[in-house]
Design a protein around this ligand. Structure first.
Ligand code: CA
Length: 230
């Protein structure tokens, strides 16, 4: 069955482009050009995912998000934000957005985020879903990472980074994406903090257990996957 995606975006050209690409990938796309129209659709129809622009006429994206969550609509929401709207992103995640992507974005990145959001929401155990790669797994309830059942000694930041990599297993995450998700905006410009923490994780996982899970994709970013048994 085709997954239904609602796209609320007032930039007609962008909306049209995203619609074409998503349709090509096999999704069924419904478009709304302003917040009020989008909210009305959310209240009357069923969707699997919402792509929500922040700056919208009639009702802005934040307000759409707040009202739909208040109304009990729990589908994953991926916000489309402008490069400089730092406050929007923070407020968006606080208001119940699952993820965001910064404009302009590469369509491949949007598709990866959509797959990841749909996977998370459709996983058998939902948000309690166990994250794992190879012999490593996360216990989200106790916030512990276990290698063959042995707990790893990770800092909160290392755990957050590992968790985010695992939530996007097999998806290459850019340096900027990791920086924004794990560290937040005050760190923008701190160019090597991501690399430093990747090294910490590698020493505690890959090097400690002689496996290769955390991969560097030169000039792009990082991905976690088990190459022996993908
Ligand atoms: Ca807009």
């Amino acid at each position: 069955m085709k997954e239904r995606i609602l796209l609320i975006e007032d930039e007609e050209k962008l909306a049209r482009f995203v619609e074409l690409e998503l349709s090509y990938e096999g999704y069924s796309v419904v478009k709304a050009g302003d917040g009020r129209e989008g909210l009305a659709l959310l209240e009357t129809e069923t969707f699997d995912l919402l792509l929500l622009d922040v700056m919208l006429p009639e009702l802005n994206g934040m307000e759409v998000l707040r009202r739909m969550r208040r109304g009990g609509v729990s589908i994953p929401v991926l916000m489309l934000t402008a490069r400089d709207s730092v406050v929007d992103k923070v407020t968006g995640l606080d208001s119940g957005a699952n993820d965001y992507i910064t404009k302009p974005f590469a369509i491949e990145e949007l598709l990866a985020r959509i797959r990841s959001a749909l996977r998370t929401s459709q996983g058998a155990a939902g948000f309690g879903e166990e994250l794992s790669v190879g012999r490593l797994r996360l216990d989200n309830a106790s916030r512990t990472a276990l290698f063959d059942g042995t707990p790893l000694d990770l800092t909160k930041r290392e755990f957050d980074l590992l968790q985010y990599l695992l939530e996007n297993k097999g998806v290459v995450l850019t340096h900027d994406t990791l920086l924004q998700h794990i560290w937040g905006y005050e760190y923008e410009g701190e160019s090597n903090v991501v690399g430093v923490y990747i090294r910490f994780l590698r020493s505690k996982i890959d090097n400690a257990y002689n496996v290769k899970y955390i991969h560097t994709i030169r000039g792009v970013g990082y991905v976690i996957r088990n190459e022996e048994n993908p």
